[in-house]
Design a protein around this ligand. Structure first.
Ligand SMILES: *[C@@H]1O[C@H](CO)[C@@H](O)[C@H](O)[C@H]1NC(C)=O
Ligand SMILES: *[C@@H]1O[C@H](CO)[C@@H](O)[C@H](O)[C@H]1NC(C)=O
Length: 275
């Protein structure tokens, strides 16, 4: 890390002052994995692993929460799809599986996260530093109204099969995004509207439902505490005094997502309980 940082600094002297943060190095062909220490909302420090795949044009980000849940986020730039996966530890004494997998698939907008080729060149000088996002964004409310069929969803993104195979029937998306994908020519047979979506308001929230076998509206919140959301540009001057700008670092963001979706039984949503 240090070596590549110095290398970057010698290439462009102005990079030096960014060296203590995160820099984009000019060289290519280095490893594309970055491990960053991040403080979560509950104060716990976790290690987040960011990986860039320039060939498949994707970025993934993964970390473990304090409760043991493994959160994975993937941005598929080729297909303009983003995938959230939560592997939630089950409560064996309540007859649950070892873990429960959830997948949420949404449209990836432009400029939500830095390009994969920039991510692949991101290095940090001090890997021990605990990172805090420069911009804390709010909680986006997302009503998930549709399920995606795992064995057909490869058409939407080749990453879904890998990431969501354990989620089986718990791969959720929403109408607005489905509409967009259908217009782009994606096969509609991937999607199935949750039967009760039109009457969503007639269901109670799971945390207010007593009976474990009753259908209800489940809520799941996740926050990406730290991700590179924007590129920073620096100015340089050559020997003749001519100025130019180049990508030299990133801005980091934090953003929350609150997913609401129908479950046929409260049993499938046991984390959503009032405490
Ligand atoms: C998903 O698609 C597969 C293959 O087309 C089909 O056999 C299966 O029944 C579908 N699953 C559901 C839940 O509709
Ligand atoms: C998440 O969404 C649900 C349902 O829309 C809402 O009741 C809840 O207050 C939201 N949670 C937060 C923290 O905003």
């Amino acid at each position: 890390m240090l070596a590549s940082c110095i290398r970057a600094a010698s290439v462009r002297t102005l990079v030096a002052r960014f060296c203590c943060a995160l820099v984009l190095v000019v060289s290519v062909g280095l490893g594309s994995e970055l491990r960053v220490r991040v403080r979560l909302s509950d104060g716990l420090v976790t290690e987040e692993v960011l990986e860039a795949d320039s060939e498949r044009d994707s970025i993934s980000l993964e970390f473990k929460q304090g409760d043991g849940t493994l959160i994975t986020f993937l941005a598929d730039f080729k297909q303009e799809v983003k995938i959230f996966r939560a592997l939630i530890l089950g409560e064996l004494e309540r007859g649950q599986n070892q873990y429960q997998a959830l997948c949420f698939i949404l449209r990836l907008s432009r400029n939500e996260i830095i390009p994969s080729e920039s991510m692949a060149r991101l290095r940090q000088k001090n890997p021990q530093a605990i990172r805090l996002a420069e911009e804390r964004r709010g909680l986006e409310q997302l009503t998930m109204t549709t399920v995606a069929n795992l064995s057909r969803a490869w058409q939407l993104s080749s990453h879904i099969r890998n990431m969501c195979s354990e989620a089986q029937e718990a791969i959720y998306t929403r109408d607005a995004d489905v509409k967009y994908w259908l217009e782009k020519g994606v096969d509609g047979s991937i999607f199935e509207a949750l039967p009760q979506t039109t009457e969503v308001s007639s269901f109670q929230a799971c945390h207010a439902t007593k009976d474990l076998w009753q259908p209800c509206l489940c809520m799941y919140s996740v926050r990406l505490e730290w991700y590179p959301c924007l590129l920073k540009y620096c100015r340089s001057r050559d020997a003749t005094g001519k100025g130019s700008t180049y990508k030299c670092g990133i801005k980091s963001c934090s953003k929350g997502y609150n997913f609401t979706y129908y479950v046929p039984q409260k049993q499938l949503c046991l984390w959503d309980e009032e405490t």
